[in-house]
Design a protein around this ligand. Structure first.
Ligand code: SAH
Length: 226
C-alpha cells in the first residue's frame, strides 16, 4: 500500500504545477524512504533535498518531478543519467522508458543505489562506475540525457551522444564553492534543455535551480563515505 505521506507529496507536486499523470504515478510508486539515510526517514516525503553519503544530496521531489516531466519520455526511449546519487531519480525514470543508464563517480553511492534497484526489481536500470562527463559511448546514442549535477557549460561530447531529435536537460551555471550560506546564495543556476536537431542544436531555458556540482574524474582510493 502507498504510504499516506507519498499521497500528500503528490498533492503538493500537483499544486506546484506538475500535471503529467504518468510522472505523478511514477513518483507515487517510488518509496523515497528507501533512498534516504536512516536519520532522515521521517523527512523522506518532505518536498526538500536531503543529505546522502559522500557529501551529496538526494534531489527535491519537485525537481525530480519537473525534470522527469520536461524530458517528455516515451516507453521505447533509452535514457542516460549522469549522477546516480541515491538512485531516486533513476528509479522514477524506470517505469517511464525502456532503459535507464546511470553513471556515478562515487562507488559507495553506486553500490547503495544498485541494492535499492534490486529491492524494487527495477530490472531496466543499468549502472556504471565512471566519470559521467564522458557519457557512455558504448551505449550511445540516447533519446534523452539528464545531468543530475551542475556544469558551467554542457560538454559537446554529451550532446554528440544524443540521437537527432533527442534532448538533454542539465543544470547550468556557477556551482557553490562551499556550503557557506553566502557562497550558496550568490550562485545562479538554471535548468537548460538542449535539443539536437538535424543541423545543430536548439537551447531552451527552463527554471532556476540549485544542484551540487559535477566533478571531473573519479575520487582517489580510500574514498570517504561520510
Ligand atoms: N539523481 C540523484 C542526485 C544525486 S546528487 C538522486 O536522485 O539522488 C548528484 C550526484 O552526481 C552525486 O552523487 C555525485 O557524486 C554525482 N556526480 C558528480 N560528478 C559526477 C561525474 N563526473 N560523474 C558521475 N557522477 C557524478
Amino acid at each position: 500500500m502507498t504510504d499516506p505521506r507519498a499521497i500528500q507529496l503528490i498533492m503538493t507536486l500537483r499544486r506546484h504545477g506538475i500535471a503529467d499523470g504518468k510522472v505523478l504515478d511514477a513518483l507515487e510508486r517510488t518509496p523515497r524512504e528507501i533512498f534516504v539515510d536512516k536519520p532522515f526517514e521521517s523527512s523522506a516525503y518532505d518536498n526538500t533535498a536531503l543529505p546522502i553519503a559522500c557529501g551529496q544530496t538526494i534531489s527535491q521531489p519537485y525537481i525530480v518531478a519537473y525534470v522527469t516531466q520536461e524530458l517528455n519520455l516515451e516507453p521505447q526511449m533509452r535514457v542516460l543519467e549522469l549522477g546516480t546519487g541515491s538512485g531516486y531519480q533513476a528509479a522514477v525514470l524506470s517505469p517511464l522508458c525502456r532503459r535507464v543508464y546511470t553513471i556515478e563517480r562515487h562507488r559507495h553511492l553506486l553500490r547503495q543505489a544498485e541494492a535499492r534497484f534490486k529491492t524494487l526489481k527495477l530490472d531496466n536500470v543499468v549502472t556504471r562506475h565512471a566519470d559521467g562527463l564522458e557519457g557512455w559511448r558504448e551505449q550511445a546514442p540516447f533519446d534523452r540525457i539528464l545531468l543530475s549535477a551542475a556544469v558551467d557549460e554542457v560538454p559537446l561530447i554529451l550532446i554528440e551522444q544524443l540521437k537527432p531529435g533527442g534532448a538533454l536537460i542539465a543544470p547550468v551555471g556557477a556551482v557553490p564553492k562551499s556550503n557557506d550560506f553566502a557562497a550558496v546564495a550568490s550562485v545562479s543556476q538554471r535548468l537548460e534543455r538542449i535539443i539536437r536537431t538535424e543541423n545543430g542544436i536548439k537551447r531552451e531555458e527552463l527554471i532556476p535551480v540549485m544542484f551540487v556540482p559535477m566533478v571531473e574524474g573519479l575520487p582517489h582510493d580510500g574514498e570517504k563515505k561520510g
